[in-house]
Design a protein around this ligand. Structure first.
Ligand SMILES: NC(=O)c1ccc[n+]([C@@H]2O[C@H](COP(=O)([O-])OP(=O)(O)OC[C@H]3O[C@@H](n4cnc5c(N)ncnc54)[C@H](OP(=O)(O)O)[C@@H]3O)[C@@H](O)[C@H]2O)c1
Length: 336
């Protein structure tokens, strides 16, 4: 089979299409013939050597796939061979065949093609894990999403709006991206390059602040975000692109019972990811099928042109997901 390998660390052109043996199935796994694979920010970080995979995970890039199950490990009853699925992979998605734990598979949502299905797992798992599980966003609570047009951001906006009835504020880096945040359900969008988001959030919430903040920037943003929380509020960090260190007002945390937390999905065990998969299938998949929650594909790129896909993310030009077409014939045939 063919897969993308990274030669050393560096720019997008360190990725090459190479011939490789089929991945071995471990207990509890299924082998997926990949039609399409999502491209995510963590792939770019891993390629640069900044986000090493956990020791037991595949070193091959690619955290979400959609395709057809072609083999199952002994004892795996679901998903069966022949079923069209999308899955959160523990790596190995940039390849014609990918082995994933069965519990991390989900059916392709009704009416979806493989490209749309491949755009879902990583961003919806991440949004669910951090907004609902860690952030504990409750019915009617408000949410600030930093980077609203990232794949994770669009998923978070919609989960909060549709499933929790939240007031959702989002930031984005241009007027066009702010418009997309509103289109996907944000009540207000703030161009973080044009104005100070913290001043604007205070204005928009009449000084109350928000209940939950979802952020991948950290660094100097962290204390500002804690200051924007209503009492008992939670800041959930999913990355630290602006810096790993932050000075925060601890007295304010104590006085107003604030929570500062964060997580990365990748090192969590299959049983944890399986719990998220089941919650998504129950709560989000029906909404995707009816169209009240949507995915957004920025571009599709052939597997062999993966460098162009990474260059898009590094230029920050994407709105939503970039998806690799791994098997054009399977994409055209569709999930059936
Ligand atoms: N912890 C986890 O488990 C996990 C898993 C997956 C992803 N992530 C993180 O989640 C984030 C989104 O991932 P993705 O793949 O969906 O990313 P992505 O599409 O590459 O988006 C990155 C986002 O960061 C925003 N951004 C950059 N500088 C900013 C600033 N100064 N203020 C506010 N926003 C800023 C960008 O906004 P503009 O484009 O509008 O400038 C963009 O929306 C990334 O930070 C990624 O590292 C975490």
């Amino acid at each position: 089979m063919k897969r993308i390998e990274v030669l050393g660390t560096g720019g997008p052109d360190t990725m090459v299409l190479a011939e490789a043996p089929e991945p071995e199935l471990r207990p509890g796994e299924v082998l997926i013939r990949v039609a399409a694979a999502g491209v995510n920010r963590p792939d770019v970080q891993q390629r640069k050597g900044l986000y090493p995979p956990p020791p037991e995970a595949s070193p091959i890039l690619g955290l979400d796939v959609a395709g057809v199950v072609v083999r199952t490990a002994v004892g795996v009853l679901w998903p069966p061979v022949g079923m069209a699925v999308c899955a959160l992979a523990n790596g190995g998605g940039y390849a014609e065949l990918c082995a994933v734990p069965a519990v991390q598979c989900m059916p392709v949502p009704k009416g979806f093609g493989f490209v749309e299905a491949a755009s879902l797992p990583e961003v919806f798992f991440t949004a669910w894990n951090n907004v609902i599980m860690l952030g504990r966003l409750a019915e009617g609570e408000s949410l600030l999403v930093q980077g609203g047009t990232s794949g994770v951001g669009l998923a978070a906006i919609q989960i909060a709006k549709v499933l929790r009835g939240s007031v959702v504020l989002a930031t984005a880096g241009s007027a066009e991206k702010c418009r997309v945040c509103l289109e996907y359900g944000a009540d207000a969008a703030i161009d973080y390059r044009a104005e100070d988001f913290s001043v604007r959030v205070r204005e928009l919430t009449q000084g109350r602040g928000v209940d939950v903040v979802l952020d991948g920037q950290a660094g100097p943003y962290t204390d500002k975000e804690l200051g924007l929380l209503a009492p008992d509020g939670r800041v959930v960090l999913i990355a630290s692109h602006l810096g790993a260190m932050a000075e925060v007002n601890v007295r304010d945390i104590v006085r107003r019972r604030l929570t500062l937390t964060g997580s990365t999905l990748r090192p969590r065990p299959p049983v944890y990811k399986g719990r998220i998969a089941r919650a998504l299938v129950e709560d989000v998949w029906p909404r995707l099928a009816e169209g009240s929650i949507r995915t957004r594909i920025h571009a599709t790129v052939p597997l062999a042109d993966v460098a162009a896909a990474h260059a898009m993310l590094e230029a920050g030009e994407q709105i939503g997901k970039v998806v690799l077409i791994v098997d054009p014939a399977l994409v055209t045939a569709g999930p059936g």
